[in-house]
Design a protein around this ligand. Structure first.
Ligand code: NAD
Ligand code: ZN
Ligand code: ZN
Length: 389
């Protein structure tokens, strides 16, 4: 089959690789009909997340048709159409029973390494680092889905791929980021990043009842999309984020702050960002936490920092004094996708949410490698790439 494979920094190729086969009795093989490139894939492309190996198949946002099921899989049948969450979950462990799916205790087959690096292992993830199991991803014609009797979301009749594909990652990610803010009717919510995840954070914060949502980015077409969803846009290349947020909130600061940027934050010549770039270049710091620092500084005392943006390792110069004295709550995590999918599927079916508005590029798998660059550099108005087969 054809698949997008990682061969090192900035080197993704469409290769011919062996077809996947059923390995465990609960597995299923899916023929992928649509898949997407996620901001998290860019961290692998730019090689900021450790634990990738030559030839790894990329991709964790995908959906398709069930081709084959293992003998113990009684939930799926051949021909079912499913969206596959990026988190691989067993459904039975203590964390799965609590709905903490992204920290499933059983699905990371490299658990021992993860235990060493993070203190405790987290769930297996598709198309991601070997620290999360090194499972082959879904930017491919076929994919093996382990524990396929638990997570895959069956697609009701009549819904297109584009309307449900993002249920596997970025839509619940935006929704969870907003839910973790525990939004109250008078709250001002500020969202850093108007990429696909930031846009779904904005949409979710609006639907979850925020009084006002402010969005920060520097890419005009992304800010325009966020504005369409009801957010007040701030371009960090044109204004001081700190001053503008204070102006917007009578000096109080936003009640809730969402980091939908993560470890590759850009900044306009701030002292801290120069420091981060130097430290990152000499590998003395793995992540660039400019947004994290800015959120801590801007957030209203007793507020919440919700962090869906991905961090990989070590960050430096975090103003812990401000976090502590302002009494800020930090909530973060890879998304517990299946915690949100039933509710979100109903909202899609009822027409309240149509997640396809983020798609700007529809291409074939063969065109995928070039699209990594287009998406990363926001060329050609690129917001979200979907590849279909
Ligand atoms: P993206 O790269 O398209 O979007 C990031 C946006 O942040 C860009 O528009 C960029 O211009 C903007 N940005 C950069 N520096 C900024 C700054 N200083 N202030 C404000 N905006 C800034 O990626 P995406 O697909 O939207 O993903 C965003 C983040 O969410 C990534 O870190 C990704 O890994 C993460 N993610 C997390 C989960 C999860 O489960 N927690 C799931 C999906 C994605
Ligand atoms: Zn993702
Ligand atoms: Zn589990």
């Amino acid at each position: 089959m054809r698949a997008l494979c990682w061969h090192g920094k900035h080197d993704i190729r469409c290769d011919t690789v062996p077809d996947p086969t059923i390995e465990q009795p609960r597995d299923a093989i899916i023929r992928v009909t649509s898949c997407a490139i996620c901001g998290s894939d860019l961290h692998l492309y730019n090689h900021f997340i450790p634990g990738m190996e030559d030839g790894d198949i990329m991709g964790h946002e995908f959906m398709g048709e069930v081709m084959e099921v293992g003998p113990e899989n009684r939930r799926l049948k051949v021909g079912d159409r499913v969206v596959v969450p990026f988190t691989i979950i067993c459904g039975e462990c203590d964390q799965c029973r609590r709905g903490n799916f992204s920290v499933c205790e059983r699905t990371n087959r490299n658990k021992a390494t993860a235990d060493k690096v993070f203190g405790h292992s987290t769930a297996g993830l598709f198309g991601y680092t070997h620290l999360t199991g090194g499972y082959a991803g879904g930017q491919a014609e076929y994919v093996r889905v382990p524990y396929a009797d638990v997570a895959p979301v069956k697609v009701p009749e009549g819904l297109s791929d584009e309307s449900v594909l993002f249920l596997g990652d970025i839509l619940p990610t935006g929704w969870q980021a907003a839910a973790q803010c525990d939004i109250q009717p008078e709250d001002v919510v500020a969202v850093w990043g108007a990429g696909p995840v930031g846009l779904f954070c904005v949409l979710s914060a609006v639907l979850q009842g925020a009084a006002r949502v402010i969005v920060i980015d520097r890419v005009p077409e992304r800010l325009a999309m966020a504005e369409q969803l009801g957010a007040v846009p701030l371009n960090f290349e044109h204004v001081s984020v700190v001053e503008a947020l204070n102006e917007q909130t009578q000096g109080k600061g936003p009640d809730k702050c969402i980091d939908a940027v993560g470890l590759e934050a850009h900044a306009t010549a701030s002292l801290d960002s120069v420091y981060d770039r130097v430290k990152q270049a000499v590998m003395a710091e793995s992540d660039r936490p400019h947004v994290l620092r800015e959120m801590i500084y801007c957030c209203r005392p007793a507020g919440v920092l919700s962090i869906p943006g991905v961090y990989g390792g070590l960050v430096d110069k975090i103003p812990m004094g401000a976090v502590m004295n302002k009494g800020l709550t930090i909530r973060t995590g890879q998304t517990h996708v299946n915690r949100w999918t039933d509710d979100l599927m109903e909202r899609i079916q009822s027409g309240q949410i149509d997640p396809s508005f983020v798609i700007t590029h529809r291409v074939s798998l063969e065109e995928g490698p070039g699209m990594y660059e287009t998406f990363r550099d926001k060329q050609d108005g690129c917001v979200k790439v979907v590849m279909s087969m």
